[in-house]
Design a protein around this ligand. Structure first.
Ligand code: BV8
Length: 252
């Protein structure tokens, strides 16, 4: 067994002890949770049409104002990509944990892979790829499924109620988070007996403040991430492995 494997085994034992008390579990997920499903993370090089774009530049109201058709095409491409991506063993492990304890998922991800794996309580603090609203009156809009044809410009549908356009119902940089999802997420974290943070660089606020809130509340925090992240002393145990490899052992 390599040192890395031995370290992971020891860390997994420590993490399982931290979870052994039962009680509600809060799972905080970022883009790394969906990486093994083939959904690129924000820090992965974007692929194909989008490889020359920085996601943080496209996920902004300024980008929408500057080039609405490009932003709309990017989101429709992501919708199609996610709709063809399977939940991975990590999503399934989180969903299965509901069989023996209360589990609340708080996700920064705008995909639906936690739900498709069977998780029943999922708070999307940054919205969903699959919800759309008018960028002017805010009413929900239903543009139907995206086409698979790759394109880097696509005009969104007009709002029937006025001069607005359909936009993705996600939270862009500089936009406020949905208050209901945020308040439910804070409650889930502060009411948990343990928090498992999976696949996040921990750089985007206020979501990145949730592990610190747990630690300040005296709640054990376990991080699952094969790489480095912005999380630090708030983490009690760092499992340096991919979500799909370690969550089935951790949450069994
Ligand atoms: C807000 C939805 C109040 C859209 C996203 C100036 C003006 C205004 C605000 C700010 C400002 N300066 C700072 C801010 C705050 C800003 C912010 O935090 N900026 C950062 C860049 C510093 N936040 C906001 O604007 C938020 N709103 O603050 O409102 C306000 C309002 C006005 C004025 C002032 C304050 C809104 C932020 C939400 C943005 N929307 N997504 C969409 O998806 O298109 S953010 C998006 O990026 C994600 O949702 C996610 O949050 C973030 C990406 O982070 P991660 O999920 O962590 O992914 P990443 O790729 O970074 O990392 C992946 C990790 O996985 C890596 O660590 C990797 O090692 C690991 N990994 C890889 N493979 C695996 C793995 N782990 C496990 N298993 C594997 N297999």
């Amino acid at each position: 067994m390599s040192t890395d494997d031995r370290d992971l085994r020891d860390a997994l034992s420590k993490a399982r002890r931290a979870l052994s008390g039962g009680g509600p579990l809060a799972v905080l997920s970022g883009a790394g949770m969906s990486a093994e499903s083939g959904v690129p993370t924000f820090r992965d090089a974007q692929t194909g049409l989008w490889e020359r774009y920085d996601p943080t530049e496209l996920a902004t109201p300024e980008a929408w104002r500057h080039d609405r058709d490009r932003v709309w095409a990017w989101y429709r491409w992501r919708e199609h990509l996610v709709s063809t991506a399977p939940p991975n063993a990590g999503h399934t492990a989180v969903a299965r944990a509901e069989r023996h304890r209360q589990v609340v998922v708080v996700t920064q991800n705008v995909d639906d892979l936690h739900e498709r794996a069977g998780s029943t309580v999922v708070h999307h603090v940054h919205g969903s790829l699959f919800a759309h609203r008018c960028d002017t009156c805010g009413e929900p809009m239903h543009p139907g499924p995206p086409s698979a044809a790759p394109t880097d410009h696509l005009e969104p549908p007009r709002c029937p109620r006025g001069d607005g356009w359909a936009r993705p119902d996600v939270v862009w940089f500089g936009e406020m988070l949905p208050s209901a999802a945020w308040e439910a997420s804070v409650s889930a974290v502060t009411g948990a007996s343990a928090v498992v943070v999976v696949g996040t660089s921990g750089l985007v606020h206020p979501a990145a403040s949730l592990p610190t809130l747990a630690a300040e509340t005296g709640i054990p925090v376990i991080e699952v991430n094969p790489g480095p992240s912005g999380l630090g002393r708030e983490v009690d145990v760092h499992l340096r492995a991919p979500a799909g490899r370690v969550l089935p052992d951790l949450l069994a």
